[in-house]
Ligand binder design. Sequence first.
Ligand code: SF4
Length: 374
Amino acid sequence: MGSPTRQLILKVHSRCNLSCDYCYVYESIDQSWREQPNTIAAATVDRLAERIDEHARRHDLRELEVVLHGGEPLMAGHDVLAATLGKIRAAFPATRFAIQTNGILLDDRFLELFHEYGVRVGVSVDGGPAATDRHRRYANGRGSYDRISAGIARLMEPAHTGIYGGLLCTIDVRNDPGEVFEALLAFRPPRIDLLLPHGNWTTPPPDRERPLAYGNWLIQVFDRWYDHRPAETNTRIRLFESIIARLFGRPSHTETIGGERPGIVTVETDGSYEQSDALKTTTEGGPATGLTVGGQSLDELLDYLAVAAPYRLSAKCQACPVVQVCGGGLRAHRYSAENGFDNPSVYCDDLLTLINHIASRVRADLAQAAAAGR
Ligand code: SF4
């Protein structure tokens, strides 16, 4: 019997009220979202709840995180979200819930519901008004920062800090890293996720022609965070903490670093099982498995993925001095039309530079602490 799933990404709504130009769901080579029903059906949630119950009994599961996703998951509406949370909690009471949203539709009813089920709310925002409105716009071109920041402001109210999960920022290296970091910190998030824009060797990410643009951008944020934490802020940054964890042989908490984390499953609004959404940027049907909650159990899906999408590193990664930390980066970033995933990350130089920088900072601190007898 293989390992159980630890995290399930559940698409409850497949459309969005924004038209961000970098969105990997709508703007990528994979256009399968067009075939998806807008909202997950009650029967699909029922079947998924049965699958979770079956999986939990089989593995004597202690924990499972279900992340409500989209599209924009709040567009599914209060009743659908309430029913979905209720059915999954009934199937496996130890389920931890999270939701990733743009925050625009966040209202009192959603907040009440999220308190009832302990749903941690993550909001996507890229910094201040200019940085955010550069990409995160409505279909008519109007920026969305005002509405997004109003949603985050609700989460910052003392009554709601317990369900405030953090912020997700997609990096644009044209934005000043210090300004972005300060703008994000102003929202007092418990956690920040910094997301490298998706791209690969065939469809490179923006500004790829500028050497080390991402590595240097991230180093500036790291130094600011590392030098001032925790005196100024307790905000955690998952990418940096995962690199530090891997330097000490501890597990990473992001797919971007440390090798792939098996056991993450995506369920689309039509009930189909998929691999990571990031693979939408590789080929048409890149994340597809052909399996569904109606047809296969979660164990059958994991067995299928172990064969169809094994974790293999390129020769360059295998010989790399930081492979134990980096793990080859995100699978989607290793893709090329010529040889599939048998490549280092398209962000290889940036990751190497960032990891070496963080390692040297941490080692210097440890040496200083040892010299001081601490
Ligand atoms: S730094 Fe580059 S070569 Fe080394 S493991 Fe990461 S992607 Fe592979």
